[in-house]
Design a protein around this ligand. Structure first.
Ligand SMILES: Cc1cc2nc3c(=O)[nH]c(=O)nc-3n(C[C@H](O)[C@H](O)[C@H](O)COP(=O)(O)OP(=O)(O)OC[C@H]3O[C@@H](n4cnc5c(N)ncnc54)[C@H](O)[C@@H]3O)c2cc1C
Length: 371
């Protein structure tokens, strides 16, 4: 049996473990955290992520607890409508658009694993690429050799740092705040409000709760002036409309995730028999809400490539070739969308009013096509 190590027990790591199990493998997975991921925010899953969950055999379980997202509507900062897209118009033949807390998805993936050997509280510290595999050293002092190593260790990837030292996350020019709170504004679908260099977004994640996301353009040198405690009421004081009461009414003790938005763009994801997937390989800005979807698709394609190839080298080459166009497309669309948000408000608003639905279909239709 091929020896496969997965580094990282995030969404990408658990998804590839599940996909490999479905192909009959028993991978090993190391996660440096001693237990499950904590700290909550929401996860919006467009239809291609729904389809991938179905292929992992998990769509039913996820759909039971998730909110279905029937429309994506964009308003200006005063709550005036700019565009509304019915999600089935693009995704009907692909999969449902769903939204739920990130830790819930993570927990469902974790519970679905039956044959993966899981090691929590153990980190990968070193990797030596050998002609026919890799020797990996761990934080508990042990070493072991593997036929294939999968680096699913997130945007600050150790595996990438060891094998691709020049590939680093780059700041895309925005910082974001994310939290989950009671849905006191009766938000019933994906609702974004666009202001000058600022965005507010709310998405239901269950019958009672809503995920709120706010971002603003900020020079990198000014990032340290902001943090999770920054008053969003003050920051978004020029906004009026449905999302605003959610930031005003959130309880004091609500967990708020604050961070710089960074992306990772790489020409190669494979070195010897080591491959990067998920955010380690191609973290993108959240503008397309595709990071989780791309991680699920990576998982399915990689497991399929490993199962079908006669040889690990051929499997990893096939994987990289099959993923390249979709990942490039998502990353280019993210950059284009981030740029559009910096256009003067009146210009951007006219574009969205006239072309909103067409732009949505144009960016997502290639992802609704089979992987
Ligand atoms: C607050 C927030 C909100 C988000 N919202 C959305 C959304 O709405 N839609 C969407 O598509 N995406 C969203 N994303 C992104 C999405 O969650 C990720 O892209 C997706 O989970 C894939 O991540 P990953 O598994 O590649 O990396 P991660 O989730 O970062 O997991 C990497 C794991 O590797 C572990 N690790 C790191 N180094 C080592 C090591 N050396 N040894 C062992 N283990 C290690 C880490 O502890 C971690 O558990 C969001 C992300 C964040 C942070």
């Amino acid at each position: 049996m091929m020896r496969i190590l997965i580094v990282g027990g995030g969404i990408a790591g658990f998804a590839v473990a599940k996909a490999l199990e479905l192909k009959g493998y028993q991978p090993e997975l190391v996660e440096r955290r001693p237990d499950q991921a904590s700290g909550d925010s929401g996860l919006f899953l467009p239809g291609n992520a729904g389809r991938a969950l179905d292929q992992l055999g998990l769509l039913k379980r996820v759909a039971e607890v998730a909110a279905f997202i029937p429309t994506q509507r964009i308003l200006d900062h005063l709550g005036r409508p700019l565009s509304v897209t019915r999600t089935p118009d693009v995704w009907a033949d692909c999969g449902p658009c769903l939204s739920l807390p990130r830790v819930t998805v993570h927990g469902i993936l974790r519970q679905a694993l039956q044959r993966t050997h899981l090691h929590f509280g153990v980190a990968v510290e070193g990797i030596q690429v050998l002609p026919k595999g890799s020797e990996v050293s761990f934080s508990d002092g042990s070493t072991s050799t593997y036929d294939i190593v999968i680096g699913a260790d997130g945007i600050a990837s150790t595996v990438r740092g060891l094998l691709f030292p020049t590939a680093k996350p780059q700041y895309v020019g925005n910082v974001s705040w994310r939290f989950i709170t009671r849905n006191t504004s009766a938000i019933d679908s994906w609702t974004a409000m666009l202001g000058k260099g600022k965005t507010l977004l709310a998405i239901p994640v269950s019958a009672q709760d809503v995920y709120v996301y706010g971002d603003m353009a900020l020079a990198e040198k000014d990032v340290p002036k902001m943090n999770a405690q920054t008053s969003l009421t003050v920051l978004f004081r020029d906004f009026t409309g449905p999302v605003v009461p959610l930031i005003a009414n959130k309880p004091e003790d609500t967990y708020v995730h604050f961070g710089k938005i960074e992306h990772v763009v790489m020409d190669e994801w494979v070195k010897g028999r080591v491959v990067l997937i998920g955010d380690a390989a191609h973290a993108s800005s959240p503008s397309m809400a595709q990071n989780a979807g791309m991680a699920f698709e990576d998982a399915l394609v990689l497991a399929d490539a490993i199962a079908c190839a006669s040889h690990p080298d051929a499997a990893l080459a096939t994987y990289a070739a099959r993923r390249r166009n979709r990942i490039d497309w998502v990353q280019k669309q993210c950059v284009a969308r981030d740029k559009m948000r910096t256009l003067p408000g009146p210009v951007r608003n006219v574009i969205l009013k006239v072309l909103g639905n067409k732009l949505y279909a144009r960016s997502y239709a290639p992802l609704a096509a089979p992987v």
